[in-house]
Design a protein around this ligand. Structure first.
Ligand code: HPA
Length: 249
């Protein structure tokens, strides 16, 4: 495949230092409005990538306010067929300790009120109830997992990513419920991004880094200090993982 690889950076990947842009980053206009920020298109690890910051420049856009449709459409319009989504998440279960890289295989969507489908305009016609048995493309997931193992990162997988609405953190009771539901991770941006990618026909997988123990598993405000302490190494690990996996795709 020679189409560019889409990379959506989040809190755990504010920029992709290794990209050598081919031209000035462009904020494309899509049929669904503007994406969160410019698409940085250029060479990375021997391939062409399109890098997009989910929260925009300077982390301005809250999880519920992101135009997920414009982000996915912009990557598809740029010719991407595969998208790797980077996420900083909280760890719910014991094995999900801060600093660990996780390649989730399932998700539960607790978010609400987000524009979550391309099929909401009867005038446009067409409706497809996409299959979501495997919300993350297995081939892409396995490539990420293999690369993380080769790098001795001891990645956690399988794992269930529970997507909350944010921007507030969760109550301990909410995290307890999520654990009873089978969630291993909690984050705020996994959906509708994954569903929209599937609707758009893109291959999509997520590489997450655990930056804190979920609310109720650690003491109150200590969460922010924990995130600060974990994030820098997490970003370095994510960048190494991308350098290893991109040439294989
Ligand atoms: N909860 C929700 N989203 C998050 C968390 C969390 O604890 N950590 C990073 N993103």
């Amino acid at each position: 495949m020679s189409s560019p690889i889409g990379i959506i950076g989040g809190t755990a990947l504010a920029e992709l230092a290794g990209v050598s842009p081919q031209h000035a980053p462009l904020v494309p206009d899509t049929a669904y409005g503007a994406p969160s920020g410019p698409l940085v298109r250029g060479g990375f690890a021997g391939r062409e990538v399109c890098f997009l910051m989910r929260h925009g420049r300077g982390h301005r856009i809250a999880p519920h306010a992101i135009n997920y449709r414009a982000n996915i459409r912009a990557l598809a319009d740029a010719g991407c067929r595969q998208v790797i989504a980077i996420a900083a998440v909280g760890g719910i279960t014991e094995a999900m300790r801060p600093g660990r890289i996780v390649i989730p295989d399932q998700l539960i969507d607790y978010s609400w009120g987000r524009v979550h489908t391309f099929y909401d305009d009867p005038a446009e016609g067409g409706l497809d109830h996409i299959d979501f048995t495997e919300p993350y493309t297995p081939r892409l997931r396995e490539a990420l997992l293999g690369a993380a193992r080769d790098l001795d990162m001891a990645p956690a997988a399988p794992a269930v990513y529970g997507v909350t609405q944010g921007p507030r953190l969760e109550t301990p009771a909410e995290i307890n419920r999520m654990e009873r539901d089978g969630c291993d991770l909690v984050g705020m941006t996994g959906m509708p991004e994954a569903g929209l990618a599937r609707e758009a026909g893109l291959d999509y997988a997520c590489a997450a880094v655990i930056v804190n123990k979920a609310a109720g598993r650690t003491g109150g405000l200590a969460i922010h200090a924990e995130i600060e302490a974990t994030l820098a190494q997490g970003m370095r690990d994510i960048e190494s993982l991308l350098e290893a996996v991109v040439p294989q795709l």
